[in-house]
Design a binder for this molecule. Structure first.
Ligand code: AMP
Length: 394
């Protein structure tokens, strides 16, 4: 068990919390503040326990000077201050006198946010490259380090691994929940465990399939990746997405897991990826050469329900259709409904699946929606995440 923020007496201590404030921005405004909201329990706990709080996060990628103005955390500090109903001191630097003085002036319960940690990347990728001098410098600013940024836990950066290797440390509530729910579902699931995989490419999901096929009772495959599996089974898939380099992988994994892997039996086809094209529902043995499968069909949804309704745990990673287009969103939407009605522990891998579930209005019905796309995928692959491995055990 990893140490958590609860394992420390925070009173009067300078507590550095690595958050994930990597929010989507448009024209300098935050378009979705879910990640800020998700960070509140840890920050509020630190406030209530009298810590002097130093928040850190990255935002976007910083490759040029111009990227800096687009990716300042200033807007995040304003939104965070509204959510906390409390001043948040924003320091537009990642190091230096102004930051150090502001930190030494903090009173118990004060909250400070420093500028985007990736501003340090302009100077030889110091943050993303886990530069040891930078890790040591940041560690010198605090007494205790708490990692609550699950979204970057699959990366070894100065703001997670670098600081954690020096300061007493623990995870925040967000990472604690990710581990409790996701790791439990993989290591010791309530069974039957059903995994639903979708998304565009087989290649991205190969390590997940290899790992979960050993663990899950059923794997339901939809989305663009299903067509490479169908091709491997000998079906004509028209212009549907095909990952031709991985047909052999699909053949092998299907051969070894005949009863475990469930493929679509019908699909919604269109001639283009466009909302204006005709949407034709057809069996998978009747996809025309000029068509592409863009969603799972109704029979498939019913077939998937047979497994979903009896499951005790369901992990879903990857939309089962081109859900960004309303015409091909039905399969993904119906699956959301099926998960809601399943009564199972429902775990949504981050990224596209999370935004589909939330935007379709089903977020509140899921047991857990992961806050990290890449990180949750790597957990499902059975990998150890550096941002979590660096945290001390109890
Ligand atoms: P991934 O990042 O691999 O999880 O892929 C997510 C993307 O796959 C989303 O943008 C979906 O719209 C897309 N997708 C899902 N199903 C299909 C499909 N049948 N054809 C094309 N794209 C799809």
């Amino acid at each position: 068990m990893k140490k958590t923020i609860r394992d420390y007496d925070l009173s009067g201590k300078k507590v550095m919390i690595r958050c994930d404030f990597n929010v989507p921005m448009q024209n300098g405004k935050i378009t979705d503040d879910n990640r800020i909201v998700a960070s509140l329990p840890t920050i509020e706990y630190a406030i209530q326990n009298g810590a002097k709080i130093i928040l850190m996060s990255h935002l976007g990628r910083i490759k040029t000077e111009e990227d800096k103005s687009k990716n300042s955390l200033k807007e995040v500090s304003i939104r965070l201050s509204e959510l906390l109903k409390k001043d948040v001191i924003f320091i537009p630097f990642t190091r230096g006198k102004e930051l150090e003085t502001a930190i030494s002036n903090l009173k118990d319960g004060d909250v400070l946010l420093m500028e985007n940690t990736r501003f340090e990347d302009l100077d030889g990728k110091k943050e993303s490259g886990n530069d040891s001098e930078l890790g040591r410098y940041w560690a010198s600013l605090g007494d205790i380090y708490i990692n609550d940024a699950f979204g970057t836990a699959h990366r070894a950066h100065a703001s997670n691994v670098g600081i954690a290797s020096i300061l007493p440390n623990g995870v925040g509530f967000l990472i604690e929940k990710e581990l409790n729910v996701m790791k439990k579902a993989i290591d010791d699931p309530e069974r039957p465990l059903t995994v639903i995989l979708g998304g565009a490419k087989v290649v991205d999901k190969i390590p997940v399939i290899e790992n979960l096929v050993k663990i899950a009772d059923h794997i339901l495959i939809g989305g663009g990746m299903a067509f490479t599996f169908l091709k491997a089974e000998g079906y004509e898939i028209g212009k549907s997405l095909l990952d031709s380099e991985n047909i052999e992988f699909c053949k092998r994994i299907l051969g070894e897991n005949k009863d475990k892997i469930i493929l679509p039996v019908d699909v919604a086809c269109g001639t283009e990826m466009d909302n204006d094209v005709e949407c034709r529902y057809t069996s998978i043995d009747d996809i025309h050469p000029n068509e592409m499968g863009l969603d799972i069909g109704e029979e498939t949804v019913q077939l998937f329900w047979k497994y979903i309704k009896d499951s005790k745990t369901i992990i879903w990673n990857g939309p089962v259709g081109l859900f960004e287009l309303d015409k091909f969103a039905k399969g993904t939407r119906t699956l959301c409904k099926e998960l809601k009605e399943s009564g199972a522990i429902t775990i949504i891998g981050g990224g596209d699946t999370a935004s589909a579930v939330i935007n379709m209005g089903y977020g509140e019905y899921m047991t857990h929606i992961s806050t990290g796309g890449g990180a949750s995928l790597e957990l499902l692959e059975g990998k150890e995440l550096p941002g979590i491995a660096c945290i001390n055990e109890k």
